[in-house]
Structure formats: C-alpha cells, structure tokens
Write a protein that binds this ligand. Sequence first.
Ligand code: UT7
Length: 324
Amino acid sequence: MSAASAVVRGLGGALPRKVVTNEHLSAVMDTSDEWIRRRTGIAERRHSDETESTSVLATMAGRRALASAGVDSAGLLIVATSTPDKVCPATAPKVAANLGLKGIAAFDVSAVCSGFVYALTTATWAIRSGSVDSALVIGADTFTRLLDPTDRTTSVIFGDGAGAAYLSAGTAEEPGAIKASTLHSDGEGETLIQVPEGPGSFFEMQGKEVFTQAVAAMSDSVETVLASAGWAAGDVDSLIAHQANLRILNTVASVTGIPASKAEVHLDRVGNTSAASIPLAMTDAGTKGHRSPGDKVVLTAFGGGTTWGAVAMTWPSISVVDPH
Ligand code: UT7
C-alpha cells in the first residue's frame, strides 16, 4: 500500500576538525578577509584530513540523524556526493555497513550541489510508493580534495562536511512532512561547474554565469513548490537555500518575495559544502532553536550538471546535536 507522505523525523551533521579562516587563505593566496566576506559572506570553512573521508563524515552525520529520530535502522540509504571515496564502488554501501545496516538498498546520487534535494526527493518517492517505509538520506562532500590550492576563485568558497535526514512514512499533517518537490537539469551547462577530463585536473567553476543561473533556477523552483504546496511567499518561515554565496541567498529571497530575514545563513562558518550544504544548514537551524514544529520550510539548490530543484516541507518535531 502506498504511504500518504514521507516525514522527516531526524537530522544530523558532521564537520571535519580543521578550521580554515579567511586569514589563513590570505596568507597563501592573493585574497583578503574583506573581499571574501563582502563578495560571499564566508568567514571560515572546514578542511578534511586523510582520516576524514566522505564516507567517514557521511557515517557520522547518518548516525546522528538516526539518533535524532530515536531509531537504529532504515529501509534505504542514499548518499548524495560528487566526491565519493572511490570512483567505483559507490560510497553508500560502505556507509550502510558502517551504520550496521548491511543488506539494505544503498546507492549514491551524483548531482553536485543539488545532490541532497535530489536524494531527498528520491527517498520521498520510494516511501510514498510503499516500496520502503523509511530512508536515511545523506549529503556528504569533501570538495577541498579536488581544488587547486592556489586558485583563489574556488578555494575561498568550498569546505567539507556531511548532513543527513531520516524519513519515514506518515501523514501530510505531521510536522516534518514533505509537501512538494521539483527537480530539473540542463546538460548544456555541463562545463559551468566541472572537473575536466584528464589526469591532475582540478575543479573549475564559471562563477559569474553560475551566479546568474543559480538565482533564476532556484527562484523558479521555489515558486513551483510554493504553488504545489498552496503556500504564498509570505507564509514561508524558513528558506534553506544551498549555501554558496550570501548574495545569492538574498537575491533568491528578493525575487521570490520571501523576506531576506527568513533565509537561513550557515555559510559564514562552513562555506559551500556542496551536497552537505542544505542538511547542514537545517541542522544548524535546529541547534540554534530557530524553528518550531510545523513551520513552513522551503529548501532549494543549484549545482553542476547543471541541476536544480526545491522541496517544500514542514519543520519536524526533533532535537539536533550541534556538529560544530
Ligand atoms: O555550488 C554551486 C553553485 N555555485 C555558486 O553558486 C557560486 C556562484 N558564484 C559566486 O558565488 C561568485 O561568482 C564568486 C564568489 C565565485 C565570485 O564573485 P564575483 O563577484 O562574481 O567575482 P568575479 O569573479 O567577477 O571577480 C571580481 C574581481 C575580479 O577582479 P577584476 O577582474 O575586477 O580586477 C577577480 O579577479 O575579484 C577578483 N577575485 C578575487 N579577489 C580577491 C576573484 N576571486 C577573488 C578572491 N580574492 N578570492
């Protein structure tokens, strides 16, 4: 029998230990704390070491999301990542085994910064179809491994981390219910955000063009899920957009008519953590006590592919551990 709704019942995050401030970066490349704060809103980010692989961070975030929900298993595990431990096999089976969930369906989703929105929507489809009754969705990335450490256009923005949500079947009226979602892609934008082919290639991004497309795509998808959920922009209590740039968050708020004060800001302390960015920002909002069960929340992301999408949901009734 198909379930009426998928309901988020747990959240968790994990961050590497090493904090890299704007001052640290200014000492090794031609940039400044003033430029980075003014152009991006970022003050510091985390860099993983060799013991903090994507699967290690994903496992830690997943364990915290299960604990936050008060459960110890899930019927499905999806890891959204573009920095898997290995090109082959996927990271999710290893994370499932680390969590004592050997045997369950486990796979990776590769949609760069939109990965969490893609994975959350896929898990919602699986629960609503009745195929599984619960799912653990993890966004985890260690992009700093792919960066040219001397490239100021990417190194100032990206950081590493993981965030996770546990969902199970329930009703649309329960706090944490996923109300609507929309996913999109345009492969003609393949080269805007990429690691080009060839040995020794580093991650590259055409920042200005990505900025413009990200604002348009995220604003459109927010409007789509607001219409599907039957919510007006003024009803939204929290806009949790992919944490790439403070100027992008404020512009999406202004285009969609959601007050900028409703945009959750976490990038100041972690930078752009790619697929981990939205669940980490959700975890941060939970630990700050910003949200009440049933609040109207909109998630949205844009990333490589290009890919983008949005989810409308209500805030769950949960307690969350601070990953900082
Ligand atoms: O996660 C997937 C989605 N990603 C995004 O959404 C990222 C979107 N893009 C952005 O956030 C912004 O485009 C960046 C933060 C990447 C760049 O900001 P910008 O305001 O678009 O700067 P810009 O690339 O136009 O560069 C402006 C100036 C240039 O100097 P000139 O040509 O005006 O003399 C750059 O060389 O700033 C210079 N610049 C820097 N200066 C100091 C570029 N990077 C830096 C830097 N420090 N780190």
